[in-house]
Design a protein around this ligand. Structure first.
Ligand SMILES: [Zn+2]
Length: 101
């Protein structure tokens, strides 16, 4: 029986947006309902669990952060190559997407 994070990783739901030439990377995990911006170090995720569990100090990592760890380890991330010029656009889209929820 796979855990939720193993399933997310194995289903290729962890995406890397890699920007050239800066080589900056943005990690996105596509969940059932939403997509989340995730970071490993420091741990960060835009999902509800992360915010509420973290503020209550119950847990530091949500399922999306764990999925990112697994996907990076297993190299099962889907990588999208983008230009630095596109970064503004991506962030604008992500913010608008967050506000729509
Ligand atoms: Zn999360």
């Amino acid at each position: 029986m796979m855990s939720k994070e193993e399933r997310l990783a194995s289903e290729g739901r962890v995406k890397i947006l890699r920007f050239y030439p800066s080589m900056k990377e943005l990690y996105i995990v596509v969940g059932r309902m939403n997509e989340y911006v995730v970071n490993l170090d420091p741990p960060f995720c835009t999902c509800e669990d992360f915010f509420f569990k973290l503020t209550q100090k119950k847990e530091k990592k949500c399922v999306h952060i764990k999925a990112l760890e697994i996907a990076l380890r297993d190299k099962s991330c889907e990588v999208f190559i983008l230009n630095d010029e596109e970064m503004d656009q991506i962030f604008k889209y992500l913010v608008l997407d967050l506000l729509r929820k």
